[in-house]
Design a protein around this ligand. Sequence first.
Ligand code: FAD
Length: 306
Amino acid sequence: MDLFTDRLKELSGDVCFDEPMRKHTTFQAGGPAKVFVTPQTASELASVIRLCREFEKPYFILGNGSNLLVSDEGYEGVVIHVGRAFEDVRVEGSRILAGAGATLSKTAAAARDASLSGLEFASGIPGTVGGALVMNAGAYGGEMAQVVRGVRVLTKDGEEKRLEASELEMGYRKSCILPRGYIVTEAEFLLSRGDKEEIRSRMEELAARRKEKQPLEYASAGSTFKRPEGYFAGKLIMDAGLRGFSVGNACVSEKHCGFVVNRGGASASDILEVCRQVRERVFRKFGVPLELEMRLLGKFEPPFGA
Ligand SMILES: Cc1cc2nc3c(=O)[nH]c(=O)nc-3n(C[C@H](O)[C@H](O)[C@H](O)COP(=O)(O)OP(=O)(O)OC[C@H]3O[C@@H](n4cnc5c(N)ncnc54)[C@H](O)[C@@H]3O)c2cc1C
């Protein structure tokens, strides 16, 4: 053990090594994280960040791993899991205060139970509040930017800070959180009063639409590509004749061409090879460049890797 791991273990009781990331991503693929730590409080999280910076160790913040592909070689740095300890959800009047590790389904359910409307769109997105704010997650006409009022973050130096919604620079599947190196610890949502039964039925309707249209029976990271302006990625992929196109056990979903899925045991390199070929063929046929929506962690070959 080196000095870094000794110090890390003094800070946190939940540290493990060579942790398989397929256990922590909805794609169920990818190699191990050299170090995997799950802080139990915001101050422990801040201390872990400071320690990583002191020892110049690369680190990565993990939510539910539902927008993430980890390379087969894994990640040589420290994966910091913002999980259970951050999943508290409180209702105060028309506001919801949710920990960054709370799932969107839990947060949306708390809103529904309090007859608060605005988060129905998010109830079927399988991510955490933190991960959803990073990429301004959205569905069925809703997005985080419409309901978030402010967030508590830790800066790169481990300092606590509150950011108002207007400071988050939210756009289509982006915000300033990742580029600025902020770590979300809590979010405040401002919702409107609604009818509990109407909220419930809207959530059920959206869940049924997801089940009908999306390949939820397979492991994936949701929509693999961002929506190119003026087009739908899934339609371009289908029109390029790529429905079901596969490499190993990774393939373009038959049900929804916007999803690349793991049919079981696919490697990260198979998954990315499907993405590479899809991108190349769609560009050749329609001249439209597709950009990955999911995040990559670890070493990948160009054009996706460094
Ligand atoms: C079946 C399926 C359906 C999906 N449907 C949708 C959809 O309808 N709409 C949609 O927008 N997305 C969808 N997604 C994608 C995904 O669920 C969302 O992007 C979700 O918001 C990711 O959250 P996460 O906690 O899983 O983030 P992760 O995948 O763990 O991380 C994603 C990024 O956020 C960063 N991050 C995570 N937590 C924090 C934090 N606390 N502070 C700072 N950075 C953090 C990570 O470092 C990483 O860069 C779907 C995915 C699946 C598998």
